[in-house]
Design a protein. Sequence first.
Length: 197
Amino acid sequence: MSPARGFAEQVQQETGIPVNKIFKTSLSVIFGLFVIWAVLNMFFILDGRKIAVVQYPNGTLSAIKQPGPHLKMLGHVELYQKQSQYWFSKKNDQGDKSNEAIKVRFNDGGHADMSGSISWNMPMDDKSIIDLHVRYGSQAGVEQRLVRTVVEKSVYMTGPLMSSRESYNERRNELIHDIEDQIQHGVYRTSTVEAKA
């Protein structure tokens, strides 16, 4: 007699329930759990402040912007904020706990750590959303590899346009304006001109 058969007979003797009924009940419970898992993985609910990119099992990507319940059909859902605040600060109560300040160098050789934040919006057309998802893969990827890179370049290219003294005195507003302008429109192209006095 096999050990499994002996165990089944022992259970039947102790409980009085036939082995085939125990087997069918066990299969029913397992099947029921599978159905619950499948149903829960067929749908998701999208918050009104977010965008979802769904990658279906066949590899197709779909951008979803409308809040409410949606089919995901066992696909992977990546969520993005429609609007987000990116912090680059050395204060640990602003953004990340680590020092995220951006280094800036001025034309007189002075250095500074610049802290601040930038509010940014995800595009709302499907093609751009999917392109960003394919390139960066997540909200954190967009913030670190796109938003931060653009901010760093803009800060880096703005520093040499003035001295460190000017940056905190008479041209402070100009510094902020030039950084914002380069973030929105791209870095300035500059050239050096020698002038005789």
